[in-house]
Structures are given as structure tokens and as C-alpha cells.
Ligand binder design. Sequence first.
Ligand code: LLP
Length: 434
Amino acid sequence: MHHFHYTGQNLTCESVDLAGVAQLYGTPTYVYSAATMADNYTRLAKGLAGLDVQICFAMKANSNLAVLRHFANLGAGFDLVSGGEIRRVQAAGANVQRSVFAGVGKTEAEIKLALAGGIFAFHVESEPELARINHVAGKLGVKAPIAIRINPDVDAHTHAKITTGKSDNKFGIPMKYAAAAYEAAAKYPHLLLRGVQMHIGSQLTSVAPFVEAVEKVAPFAAELKAKYGITYFSIGGGMGIVYRDALASGQQAWWDAQPADQRPLTPETYGAALVPLLKPLGLKILLEHGRFMVGNAGVLLARVEHLKRGAGKNFLVVDAAMNDLVRPAMYDSYHEIVPLHRDTARRALVADVVGPICESGDCFAKDRSIQEVGEGELLAFMSAGAYGYVMASRYNTRSMPAEVMVKGSAFELVNARETFEQVIAGEKIPAFLK
Ligand code: LLP
């Protein structure tokens, strides 16, 4: 469910006409729906009702300050993975006391920053990391709260680049070494064993791998509670969203029309399967969803440059490119593409939707059937709120796109399009070339 829909023939986000946003701020521009984010947060919390839940939004999915502030206002903490992300949370006017710090290579400086901010816990990925966190905490004269990430060796059945819970991934400590890792951790004087963590992958579309992983790790979590008094179990993130029928999936009717055995994962089915497994533990449950919270809450607006009719192939050249939204090029991912102005009288066109960047990989969709559109007309790439702007780059010296947030009938620019001066600000010609 989300708040992007046609009002008459025009695509709107909540009550805002998206063509007007494109007119005002140009394209390519990301637009986020505050109501959709709030709904996603609330549905997830309700789906796990009965548990003591702390939602730590995986801000790697979307770290715009306005998005962070919105989630902080709703009561969320954050799953963060770098010193930069810690500073972003602080810059958004939130604190990191409800947040966890993950990642396989935290530096001493980052650990220090997290401790100074009062981080809820470090999610530790290896034994050398335990030693490093203990060392930094010792220097500061504090105890660092930690949880160890367990790799449950469960196949998440998702894209190879975003699966994390198999034993051949770089993440976490295998179950068979986990007890020894906790024993080692308990011996460090500056560590406090606060929890246990797992995360098996991203864009999971069925609940079965979550159940399998929780069933594997829950007995161990119970042991850790008895032995070390841990207080929480983080079951990670990874809930998938609808990409293919993205626009339609904004409406309840679409969900009702799906055959029961093909219905995509929802917070309700996720909760119904997991609450009975988690409740007996009597632990606080942390959730680290990123994509589910923001994926369907954002679109990328683009303008058509040309419709190039080739030999047996049409190319719709748009002003957004793989630097703005890299997911199709990187993961062959599907984003639905819809016109901002719908005209049912027009024919459908089959075309490759491509950006202007000089490589063939700069392709958003192959042989896509889309309403015929011409130069200057506007399109939206759906489900672009997660891993969109955050993965954008300046490739081909293209500026980072703009970001806008909508709430009801209000909208504001929450990140201005980068200027050329900002792009080259750090660069200089060395003296030996002058
Ligand atoms: N927790 C941990 C430890 C993670 O590594 C991740 C994502 C999450 C939580 C959040 O997962 P989510 O709920 O968003 O699925 N760039 C890729 C996705 C990479 C995910 C990396 N880890 C994409 O665009 O599909």
C-alpha cells in the first residue's frame, strides 16, 4: 500500500500533482511520500504486536535527513553502518541511543563516535572486531554494548548480490563458532553483552527463510539470555516489496485480487509467522528493515528526451540515468515506469528505456510496454525510495539528483540538485601541472 495514484489522468503523490513538482524542481528528482513511510512503520509495528519491538530503520536504504527525522519522530531508531551515518542521524536532530551500528569493518574513529553518541549496541561480525571495540571502549573508560551477528546459513532465495545469511557470505559468525565467540566476548572487561543479531538477505518475498533462520537462532538466543543476561534479539531486515505491479499495489483491491498462495509478503504475514516463535523468548526484538520502510514510498521522476525509433527496436531516451538509479544496471532489477499524464487513447509502445550515459548498461528496462510518450513528457520510476538516491553517483559528471518530500498537500525540496560547482569543489590542479 502506498500513496501514489492517478487523480483523474495525473499521477499524484498524496495530494500533490507530480508534474508540478517536476516543473518546479526539474528532473531527475526523487519524490518521497511521508504518509507511505508512516503507514509502513505503523503496519510493521502492528504486525508484530505482542512483542516488545524496536524498529531500527536500515538507513542505508535512504538516508536523507528529512526521512531520518520523519522516522525518528515516529519513534524509530536506526541501523547504521558508518561514521557518516551516525553523523547524519545527529544532523537530522535525532540521537543514536536507539540505534545499532553494524558492518564488517568499523574503524576505531567510528567506534569512538558511536560510543560518544551512546549507541544502543554494536553488531559485531568477527572476533578481531570484539578486541577492537573493547580496546576503544577501554581508552574511553566505558563499556561498549554488543551483540554478535550469527550467520544462520539459510538460503534467502534472493539476488546473489544481496543474500547475506549463507555460510559463504562475508557476514556474521557461523552458528558452530557462536558460543565460543560469546565466551570470548564475555572475557573482555570493556564489553557488555546486550544481544544477538542475524540478517539473512534483502528483498525476501516469502516468510519461510525468516522462519527457518529464527527457528535456528532462537534456542541460542534463549541460552544467551540465561547465561549472560542478554536483553534483545535483532532479526535483521529484508522484507521484500512489490516491484512489478508497483502502482497497482498501492490499492487494497490489488492485494485482495492476488491468489492467497501468491500474495507478496506483508508485515501481517511476517508477524503472524514470527511472533509465536519470538514471544516465548521474553526478549526485546529489534527489526532492521530498510527497503520495506521506504521502497514503495519513493519514485524517481524523469523527462523524455527523445523517442528514437531504431531498426526493429525503439529507444526511449530519458534524462535520468544509471548514475541516478543504478539498481537495474547492477541487479537487473525491475522498476515499473509510468507516465505522469495518463492518456488511455494513446497506443502502447514497446521500447528499451535508457539513459544518456555512454555505456549499454545504462538501461532501465528492455522491451518494456509503456504508453507512447514523446519529447518533454514526464515519467515516474516506481518503488525507487530504497537504494535509489543513496546509491547514486556523479558518473559522466552528472549532478546528484534532487529530492522532494510530500506530506498531504504540502511538499518541500529536501535536497537541492547538486550544482556543477559543488561537483568539482574538492578537485584542484596540482602545482606541478601549472
Ligand atoms: N540489516 C543488515 C545487517 C543489512 O545488511 C541490511 C541490508 C539490512 C538490515 C536492510 O535490508 P532491507 O530491509 O533493506 O532489505 N542495494 C541493494 C540492497 C542491499 C542490502 C544490504 N543490506 C538493493 O538495491 O537491492
